[in-house]
Design a protein around this ligand. Structure first.
Ligand SMILES: Cc1cc2nc3c(=O)[nH]c(=O)nc-3n(C[C@H](O)[C@H](O)[C@H](O)COP(=O)(O)OP(=O)(O)OC[C@H]3O[C@@H](n4cnc5c(N)ncnc54)[C@H](O)[C@@H]3O)c2cc1C
Ligand code: FES
Length: 294
């Protein structure tokens, strides 16, 4: 059953971040913070995972936000309003645990990882928690959803690597200050693996700061999303093996072997580049053909 794109907009001013609202009534009914979908744009497309960044049960819609990395995300970015996506499977993965915590919850979103933080902040806020959100990106052009994040946060801290907006800092700097200043019940971090690794290191109690329970949202390669293929497996620092699609994607950040995961995330770089180059070549050939016939 195809799924219609009801809305599409570019986020920030980098030309690589997009938000889409999809008509997926059955998925919208069941969606919760932490869930993701698998998308296949057309018959020749790959299946790839995207987090449900928002949902509207009444309208039967879900919101996705994605960054163009390679062939599949570029193909998705070329779709227009009213186009239909061939397959959308979900909601997949575990929803996050929601409870009222004694102390504030700190939610950290880095880059495109800001979007998946929204439903988590929203559901935790609705449960009565004090939410302190930190969002960060390389520069102001890669930041988005400031007001949306503010609407579900008691405090919003903005960071950029180059100081073009908010404080010139990595997200771990305000996190350290918060942990020194007050008691924090949990930290949730969603963003690049390297960011999540350093957040987990900041809160693991190994340095001068107290230990704070920390969840990270893992994004290894996923194929079936249902625990069958093993593509998304990750190991813990104790050597245990888990599958991010069915055991996560949100997991205890202090148990993740980030070095191993970082290595695994680079394994298919050559094939991914080849696939993107082939797609770009096909797009150029199609443009040339359309220019010639028009
Ligand atoms: C649970 C989960 C949720 C995600 N949510 C989002 C999101 O909300 N927004 C967003 O922009 N991105 C999200 N991602 C990452 C997104 O799936 C990849 O960016 C996308 O698959 C890249 O495909 P590509 O063909 O464009 O790029 P490629 O050139 O194929 O790959 C670029 C990089 O993307 C990653 N990747 C490639 N294929 C997959 C795959 N099948 N599964 C997972 N990662 C892959 C790899 O790290 C790879 O190096 C999520 C990943 C996971 C696992
Ligand atoms: S994606 Fe296949 S086991 Fe997780």
């Amino acid at each position: 059953m195809p799924y219609k794109i009801l809305e599409k907009r570019e986020l920030g001013n980098s030309g690589i971040l997009f938000e889409m609202i999809l008509h997926t009534p059955l998925i919208a009914q069941k969606a919760h913070a932490g869930n993701f979908i698998l998308v296949r744009v057309n018959e020749t497309g790959e299946r790839f995972p995207l987090t449900i960044a928002d949902y509207d049960r009444e309208k039967g819609t879900i919101t996705i936000v994605f960054q163009v990395f390679g062939k599949s995300t570029k193909l998705l970015s070329h779709q227009k309003i009213d186009d239909e996506i061939l397959d959308v499977v979900g909601p997949l993965g575990n929803k996050i645990h929601i409870q009222k915590y004694e102390y504030p919850v700190v939610i950290i979103g880095g880059g495109v990882g800001i979007a998946p933080c929204y439903p988590q902040a929203k559901e935790l806020k609705e449960a009565g928690n004090k939410i302190i959100t930190i969002i960060g990106a390389r520069n102001t052009g890669l930041l988005f959803w400031r007001e949306k994040m503010r609407s579900v946060s008691d405090e919003l801290i903005i960071c950029t690597d180059d100081g073009t907006e908010g404080i010139k800092a990595l997200v771990t700097e305000p996190l350290e200050e918060l942990i020194v200043k007050e008691k924090i019940s949990i930290v949730i971090a969603i963003g690049p693996l390297i960011m999540m690794k350093y957040v987990a290191q900041t809160t693991d109690g190994s340095g001068d700061l107290p230990k704070v329970k920390t969840y990270v949202s893992l994004n290894p390669i996923m194929i079936d999303g249902t625990g069958m293929c093993g593509g998304c497996r990750f190991s813990t620092v104790d050597g245990d093996i888990y599958f991010a699609c069915v055991d996560g994607p949100d997991v205890d950040g202090h148990m993740v072997d980030f070095e191993n995961l970082l290595k695994r995330s680079m394994r298919f770089k050559d094939q991914e580049k080849e696939s993107l180059d082939k797609y770009d070549h096909e797009c150029k050939a199609l443009d040339k053909f359309q220019n010639e016939v028009s």
